[in-house]
Design a protein around this ligand. Structure first.
Ligand code: C2O
Length: 502
């Protein structure tokens, strides 16, 4: 079926933590923005009208591969131009993958101002369908009282030479701090969880109830028992849980922001958000236990339901060394291989579509986009070495990836010759994965999706400070695809390319 939506994006007011009323970016006058539902196989058409009045925008469908429709992926300067103030853009693509996703603005650091929501793709062939009665959507996020344009300006500035990220004012569940989820006794629920945060990972648990993980980032898994999950920004988990057989008590659902991420912890910060599984509205809503009562689940142990074996015969090795450093202007930036990403004036997709044979030469994309050219069908092994004392959740557009190795803290750079890491035979696949402080990870994916795909830290502060690489996948196949060649001509005309040094 075709699902058509009209999205008028505009400012409304929101006060999700009950402390501070502020402007937020809503859709059709609504905020929180309701979850978007489609069925696997549907074509989604979203007519976006930018009614913000003071900011450009765009939307990204986080986790969707956009196979054949890289031009619908959403990042500005990559696959499209900004949707100007008063302008419109139609996203039109077929959704061929089931699971739990989200959509968010992919313009500058905009989505923490509220322009994000869960995106659920229902599946008639869901392998666990007969194991649950009802479905519940649960989003998490961090929340700032200040608006992003001001926060971003002071984040990247001489007055913040260490690059300390603004600390959120509070944590939210379904965009509130008073969430009550009514449940019935003796039932099993599928709980679809999304962390839509700008920055903070959260520890998540439901007191008195075990969870069975059955999906991560759109990949069904063999059921695995968890008491507590650690969800980085942009990660998703679906879990099954079964309610008690009686209604004698209600139970807290907890989210707790990972304070290790924060350079300094402001006085009075409450890192927690509590909601409740409500069996009986007339009974108490008890307080939660301490975080330390639980062990976080290790997602590295997950096995995909399809048991896809590890991809062998690597054709292409990519190594990205991450560091943070100051540039001549005194501000702090993030680097891959000594390059801090600067968005090109002309979207990378337009360059790939219009440069003929030379589209396979990374130099034409501009060195500051950190371009890597992938040949169609090759197996790519991506090694990331984190030469920074922070945790970073990395996301790849257009694909998920197998996670072969994920080191502990301070393991240093990966060295294939000396590594004694055990590689799982059927590795976990997901689209967002955490690298530990001073550690590394090794991922593999197959270049089976021609397009322009970003790989970046999903901490919105680090997107702005340049922690991004660009995969230009099979550019010649893109040129002969159905993607309209004039897709970006208008904005390219407004931003003539600057010749790049070879
Ligand atoms: Cu959730 Cu580059 O995106």
């Amino acid at each position: 079926a075709t699902v058509t939506k009209e999205f008028n994006i505009g400012w409304v007011y929101g006060n999700p933590d009950g402390v501070f009323n502020r402007p937020v970016m809503g859709i059709n006058g609504q905020w929180p923005i309701p979850a978007l539902f489609v069925k696997k196989g549907d074509t989604l058409v979203v007519n976006v009208n930018n009614q913000l009045g003071n900011e450009t925008t765009s939307l990204h469908w986080h986790g969707l591969y956009q196979n054949g429709t890289t031009n619908m992926d959403g990042p500005v300067g990559v696959t499209q131009c900004e949707i100007p103030v008063g302008g419109s853009f139609t996203y039109n693509f077929t959704v061929d993958q089931p699971g739990t996703y989200w959509f968010h603005s992919h313009t500058r650091g905009q989505y923490p101002d509220g322009l994000r929501a869960p995106f659920i793709v229902e599946d008639d062939e869901m392998p666990f369908a007969d194991m649950y009665d009802e479905e519940i959507i649960l989003s998490f996020s961090d929340w700032y009282h200040d608006l992003m344009p001001g926060l971003l300006a002071s984040f990247i500035s001489v007055s913040n030479p260490t690059g300390a990220e603004p600390v959120p004012d509070s944590a939210l569940m379904n965009d509130t701090q008073n969430l009550e989820i009514p449940v019935l006794p003796g039932k099993t629920y599928l709980l679809r969880m999304v962390n839509m945060a700008a920055f903070a990972a959260q520890y998540v648990w439901i007191e008195g109830h075990e969870m069975q993980v059955v999906e991560v980032d759109g990949v069904y898994t063999e059921p695995a028992t968890a008491n507590m999950l650690y969800m980085t920004a942009a990660q998703r988990y679906s879990v099954l849980f079964t309610t008690k057989n009686d209604t004698s008590a209600n139970f807290p659902i907890m989210g707790s922001m990972d304070q290790d991420l924060f350079d300094a912890i402001p006085d009075g910060l409450n890192p927690n958000v509590t909601g409740w599984l409500v069996y009986d509205g007339a009974k108490d809503k008890p307080a939660a236990q301490e975080l330390d009562a639980f062990e976080p689940f290790d997602d590295f142990t997950l096995v995909p339901h399809d048991k896809e074996p590890v991809y062998e015969n690597v054709n292409h090795n990519v190594q990205l060394d991450l560091k943070m450093d100051n540039l001549g202007d005194g501000a702090n930036y993030a680097f891959f291989n000594d390059i801090t990403y600067v968005p090109p004036k002309v979207p990378t997709l337009y360059t790939a579509m219009t440069t003929g044979e030379t589209a396979t030469d990374p130099a034409i994309y501009g060195i500051n986009t950190n371009p890597f050219i992938l040949a169609q069908g090759e197996v790519v092994e991506l090694v990331l070495n984190n030469d920074d004392p922070g945790k970073h959740p990395f996301h790849l557009h257009g694909h998920n990836f197998q996670v072969l190795i994920r080191s502990d803290d301070d393991a240093g750079f990966y060295d294939a010759a000396t590594s004694n890491a055990t590689i799982p035979a059927t590795p976990m696949r997901r689209d967002t994965v955490l690298v530990r402080p001073g550690g590394h990870f090794v991922l593999r994916f197959r270049a089976d999706n021609p397009g322009i795909w970003l790989f970046h830290c999903h901490i919105e502060w680090h997107v702005t400070s340049g922690l991004i690489a660009t995969f230009v996948e099979a550019p010649l196949a893109l040129q002969s695809s159905n993607i309209p060649h004039d897709h970006l001509a208008a904005c390219a005309a407004n931003n003539p390319p600057t010749p790049t040094a070879g």
